[in-house]
Design a protein around this ligand. Sequence first.
Ligand SMILES: [Zn+2]
Length: 674
Amino acid sequence: MRKKVEEVSAKLLKYQYHYYVLADPIVSDNEYDRIFDQLLDLEKKHPELSMKNSPTKRVGSDLNNTFAEMEHSVSVLSLDREYTGEGIAKWVDKISAAGNMKAEYVVEEKLDGASIVLYYKKGILETALTRGDGIRGNVVTENVRTIGQIPLVLPEKIDIAVRGEIFIKKSEFEKFNKKFENKYSNPRNLAAGSLRNLKSSTVADVPLNMFAYEGYYKGGKGHVEILSDLRTFNFPVNKNLGLFSGDQSFLAIIKNKLPGINTGPVDKIFDYIKAQTKKRENLDYEIDGLVIKVNGIDLREDLGETSHHPRWAIAYKFDSPAAETKLEDVVIQIGRNGRVSPVAILSPVQIAGSIVARATLHNQEYIDILELGIGDKVSISKRGDIIPAVEKVIEKDLDNPSIYKIRPDCPFCGTLFVKDGAHHFCRNEECPERIRRAIVFFVAKGQMDIDTLGEKTIEFLLKKGFIKCIPDIYSFDYSKLLGEEGFKEKKIDNIRNSIEESKGNSFATVFTSLGFAGIGKVAVADLIKYGFDSFEKIRETTETGNIEAFSDIPGFGDITARFLIEHFSDKDNLKLIDDLANAGLKVKADKKEGPEIEQIFTGETWVITGSFENFNPRAIAAEEIEKRGGKVTNTITSKTTYLLAGENAGSKLDKAKKLKIKIINEKEFTKMLI
Ligand SMILES: [Zn+2]
């Protein structure tokens, strides 16, 4: 009798696989029902033979489920996101730059459904967990069993965890929703809600589908190979796939295994993304983006993950996340160059996991185009997932339907604003807010990096009249602070030390820290490279009035050249530069800042670990390597040329030894630099 039950089960499983997964039934509905009833009958008569994963259990029971929680045994982090092709290109570059030029990439559709993780033991579905918080998920096994496409028993007795997305086809959603008088807002909510429905029999009625997109089991080599295996294990796998690699023979092998897969060289990823984005509307299911994944499992392990997301995969999302909120107020900010920036003050709202309470409004034109007024209900997005922006007005404030106008004068100094192009400016060089912003910029991280002078300390020094401009930072007698609230001897010492230390900063750093409009890091580096390696030289050239001397520099246009001449004709600026020279700052490039430095590390990839006596922080060592044409990455791979190992080096040292990467100590490194 056991044999009979097994035989009928196998038959029914096969029918279900063809019906649900392949969408290509091999028997009539009547025949299907007949076999189904036959098995049901057998199981009723011989309950001891009824298997936990019998295909008859798909219809679900009427038992109320309680959703226990359980910890995931595989990593189910969410994905980092990008909203532009450029962002994806940078991500690919980063992986190549870490020495993985031969990485292969898979592009998949990102289904907008409910995430699920299926755990099988010896080929039998044991547990289905929702993604939950990434660490623990809800146990929804009973409901998942009702989904026809999900195999309950695999053809092989393996232990495997499978990640997938549960979704509802657009066409089926429409039909289903009609029955319920359009009660459900979208397929995604219905799918997610169904998984957590208390009655499995109700879930069985919802037309749920699944695509499997990750498999974790012993012996999985590469992602596409795993997807191909998942298919042989009877999981539904999305056919819309792209594989990009420089290895033609590899592409040919995979094409054989996964018919219909799109293949090409790595630089075709972006064309594929574009094409898939266009095709999105024609699909019978909702996707909200694409996922780009590194194919090699070894490389994935090398790249690792942060606490939030894996470094080997990224989501390309079609739409920036958005939220609705209210514009409470607009405040005026004045930049160090006098530019006026209106800033929206919003009722705090959560977008993509963070609270947004402010957003730049750029200028009056931007506000006029939006027809934006205080009190309006607005839509906020996070462009590139970072910068919040007001996208549109959803509803005007009917009590006061006005459009916000920037006030005519500077709230900090009372000077009338001047309009130049799209922006308003406070042209008062003595404007206390402009001075404050200039000082804050000068000492900021990435500039002179005087971290003991925080914004509060600077505000205090300005308020007390102890400093009035940037050079005062270097001439003020800080012992005068003794006795002021919050300034103890130790703190004052620290301020003095970091100010003294800042005098060691390069000429390029001093120059960019001045924050001259239009003259950023790149422009300064170019000036030095083309011989304008001191304030004196730039000043002399400015005095000749020869604009071509600057505009001939590759990358410089007339505009940058004019900015430069304007800054170096300004008496206040020239005094500022003189004062800084007198304070002992570098007003001339050191020899090694020039291009004559020998590029001895060209083509080499370095990893730095441990702590050093003379390179503290480690970034100093990285800078020395990069200045000499080398590349510095975080991860040891077979492509790493050297590991620079200091004291207390940890796992990277072990890995380098294992991969036989040459290890250099601080002493040897210092010798190489001379
Ligand atoms: Zn002002």
